[in-house]
Design a protein around this ligand. Structure first.
Ligand code: 13P
Length: 254
């Protein structure tokens, strides 16, 4: 089986200040220059997106937004459209991150509309899915992921799917220091790839990149990425530290 190019992304969440964001972007840019086998992106807060995108311009690192609104423009106070994100020099967006779902109360239908808006607006997307601890313990992990997956992709044309990556982020592993074991991650990634095959066909499943997120560190990234269906990582806390993020970029052994 040909391996997919791996993808290491940093979700900076609501952290850093303007100077810190640009400094971190420059450090990631410099390190990523020597990681030719790995695709890399960072997701700064909206207010720093244009400056970070400018700092990354012409480099191997892409800038992305952490969220997007469903409409192109209009009376949506506080929201940001896909067109605005592109205008800032970014080409990617996270959709359905667990903090949006569980802290901000976004449901599967809203996530689907955001994915639609992202693609219509010319962005690539990382769709985030993941189960809560209670759901895992209650044996409903696959049911939850299946529902999140099918709703998000209900209106997607197969030709659009290559512009979407999927991040499996178990809610119980995010910011907790309790990462999924490599075996747990691999098991779920294989299941997600099966969902892709059912919905979009085997070739799409083979080409699709499925990232793992949740307490990824330089210490555990290598073993997580060793899973045949783990094509990258979406890193929160450790992506705020240039040396740790560099360590994660270096831990891909493909
Ligand atoms: P942590 O790496 O801090 O657990 O966050 C993961 C995450 O939510 C990335 O999107």
């Amino acid at each position: 089986m040909s391996r997919r190019r791996s993808f290491v992304a940093g979700n900076w969440k609501m952290n850093l200040n303007r100077a810190g964001a640009v400094t971190l972007a420059r450090a990631v840019r410099e390190h990523a220059a020597s990681c030719a086998g790995v695709d890399c992106a960072v997701f700064p807060p909206f207010v720093y997106l244009a400056e970070v995108a400018a700092a990354l311009s012409g480099s191997r690192v892409r800038a992305g937004a952490q969220d997007v609104w469903t409409e192109k423009k209009g009376a949506f106070t506080g929201e940001v459209s896909a067109e605005m994100i592109r205008d800032c020099g970014a080409s990617l967006v996270l959709v359905g991150h667990s903090e949006r779902r569980h802290v901000l109360g976004e449901g599967d239908d809203l996530v689907a509309r955001k994915l639609r808006a992202a693609l219509d607006g010319g962005l690539e997307a990382i769709l985030c899915i993941g189960e809560k601890l209670k759901e895992r313990e209650g044996g409903s992990t696959e049911a939850v992921l299946g529902r999140q997956f099918r709703t998000a992709f209900k209106d997607l044309a197969p030709a659009e799917f290559p512009r979407v990556s999927i991040a499996y982020e178990p809610v119980w592993a995010i910011g907790t220091g309790r990462n999924a074991t490599p075996a747990q991650a691999q098991e779920v990634h294989a299941f997600v790839r099966k969902l892709v095959a059912e919905r979009f066909g085997p070739a799409s499943a083979e080409g699709s990149r499925i990232l793992y997120g949740g307490s990824v560190t330089p210490e555990n990234a290598g073993e997580l990425l060793a899973g045949p269906d783990v094509d990258g990582v979406l890193v929160g806390g450790a992506s705020l530290d240039a040396a740790k993020f560099a360590g994660i970029l270096d831990s891909d052994r493909r």
